[in-house]
Ligand binder design. Sequence first.
Ligand SMILES: *Cc1c(COP(=O)(O)O)cnc(C)c1O
Length: 354
Amino acid sequence: MSKFWSPLVRDLVPYVPGEQPKMANLVKLNTNENPYGPSPRVIEAIQAELGDSLRLYPDPEGDQLKQSIAGFYGISPRQVFLGNGSDEVLAHIFQALFQHGEPLLFPDISYSFYPVYCGLYGIEPRIIPLNDQFDIDPEDYRPPNGGVIFPNPNAPTGRLLSLADVERIVAVNPERVVVVDEAYVDFGGESAIALIDRYPNLLVSQTLSKARSLAGLRVGFAVGHVDLIEALQRVKDSFNSYPLDRLALAGARAAFDDRDYFEQTRQSVIAERERLTCGLKQLGFEVLPSAANFVFACHPDRAGSDLARGLREQGIIVRHFNKPRISAFLRITIGTPEQSNALLAALPALLGNR
Ligand SMILES: *Cc1c(COP(=O)(O)O)cnc(C)c1O
């Protein structure tokens, strides 16, 4: 702490991202990155952009990327907002759309950045427990509130809420914005983008970090009614005119345009998720049915923290949350088949040589 700090800074409780260890040869299954690299067309597009044009500012609106995203979803580019990772998009959403002096509703077990943004923007959270099956109950998200946000599929549980249940939450809150954070939707969910033309209070956020293998490029976006997009645009243009650089715009666009590669890698991750789930169950784990690129699993005989530590000693990194209700669980990112095999081979010894 220092006398130079603004008072707000003193009280901030920042988000702690999953570790990015510097060691080589780790089996890194802790931050839900895609085990497959980006499309070769992404690399080509970024290489083509590397040159004299870097002396020029990028397109502040990212119009071409908006067109690619809009083309993919059959919507208008005017319904798309771009940001430096969906974390930045979410930050703008909190500031632009959730500051109504009433509490923001979100699940107790969900993305731990939400309470951080509440702290940053002075929004009161109202934290709603998931039910005993770790599912969102739409009945719990009724007005009055200052807005609603939840990931779908949820993180770190991987549980999917049906599109009909998402619609129930949106429909019952016409006076407030409902944000569906679809970071993982491509691994088994149905996007609520299908509903945006019917609900002016629905905003869907997505990222290229997970299903499009571009966590390192930092590109996210939101889709919704033009009035919601305009609010985000106003905040963005009061903060940073150029959140996406030329390389990010070019690479992200190529990622959206290479639909075959996207489909192929997404299906590989889904298939591997089902195989890893079976393998873990055979070792006695309880595995929540997941629609994401990770599984959430616990073992009746071993503490989550012990398993995470034991795996780490063998060079396998998974995520453990030392939090109420979920401290028994490990969140394990779906990697390559070889990475799953390494995990499944390391576990029996940790479970007592069975
Ligand atoms: C990974 C993740 C994000 C952030 O994605 P970035 O685009 O990399 O900032 C947002 N929400 C959830 C639930 C996530 O898991």
